[in-house]
Ligand binder design. Structure first.
Ligand code: ADE
Length: 262
């Protein structure tokens, strides 16, 4: 995008979604944090209806799989025409394909994508997309978890939401980012609010003490305990990073325990 006499203009972070169900968008992305940021122009959502790229008068975007079997496969020629149109628009954006076969989506990747200019997301339906278009365009294949959705759209929404909330100015309080799950390689510590006593359950005393250092130490210990108990994989990674960067702060029993879990 350029303005005469002003040179290139940086547009907002852009999610360009290729789908045969554009009516699913913005959906949940129009609500809450992402929705407010969308309305404020901090990011942009563009959907491209892949049906518009169909070659025949029936608007066919899919066909039966060669070799037989259930379901329908999205046609390479139609998907490619949509990809080409999406890639032709400025700015140049990385191409991702949502599929359970992809690499697991994690916070690090969300951070990297949020630091860029946006992304183009191909959403497959039915049994997926003809393999040849994947070979031809080499999109980054991303999965949001080991389960099968009926299409890539809800996965694209999850991916976009995870990126958008990391954009500058989207979260009211940026420090909540530093505190939250995964940002420090630990799961989140427990949170409490009013009332102080609820159904006989009290809020931990330390949180009412007003003693910031003790609150921070308690939260850290709880985050570590929960991570150790629930996610031995994350805990082992956390200990490995801590041992490499600040060995004097890692307790011997933590290192041994992290090995025991594997
Ligand atoms: N499409 C269908 N299931 C999916 C998943 N788990 N992740 C990403 N895309 C998908």
């Amino acid at each position: 995008m350029t303005t005469p006499g002003k040179g290139p203009v940086e547009g907002p972070w852009t999610a360009r979604v290729l789908t045969i169900f554009p009516e699913m968008f913005p959906g949940p992305l129009a609500v809450s944090l992402a929705g407010q940021a969308l309305a404020a122009g901090r990011w942009r959502l563009e959907t491209m209806d892949m049906r518009a790229f169909a070659r025949d008068k029936h608007g066919s975007v899919d066909d039966a799989p060669f070799g037989g079997g259930p379901g329908m496969v999205m046609r390479a020629d139609v998907v490619e025409a949509a990809i080409e149109a999406a890639m032709d628009l400025p700015p140049p954006l990385p191409l991702v394909y949502l599929t359970p076969r992809g690499r697991r989506f994690e916070q690090d990747r969300a951070r990297e994508l949020a630091a860029g200019r946006g992304l183009i997301a191909i959403c497959g339906r039915y049994e997926g997309v003809d393999e040849r278009v994947i070979e031809q365009w080499r999109p980054e294949e991303i999965s949001i978890g080991d389960f099968v959705l009926s299409g890539g759209e809800p996965a694209a929404m999850a991916l976009i939401d995870a990126c958008v909330r990391l954009l500058p100015g989207v979260l009211g309080d940026e420090s909540s980012l530093v505190e939250e799950s995964f940002e420090r390689g630990l799961l989140e510590y427990p949170q409490y609010t009013r009332p102080r006593l609820w159904q006989g359950r009290a809020v931990p005393d330390v949180l009412l003490s007003g003693h910031h250092a003790q609150v921070a130490a308690w939260r850290r210990a709880e985050a570590e305990r929960i991570t150790r108990e629930r996610r031995p994989d994350l805990w082992a990674q956390h200990i490995a990073v801590a041992t490499a960067t600040r060995p004097e702060r890692v307790a011997r029993h933590d290192v041994e325990e992290s090995h025991d879990d594997h």
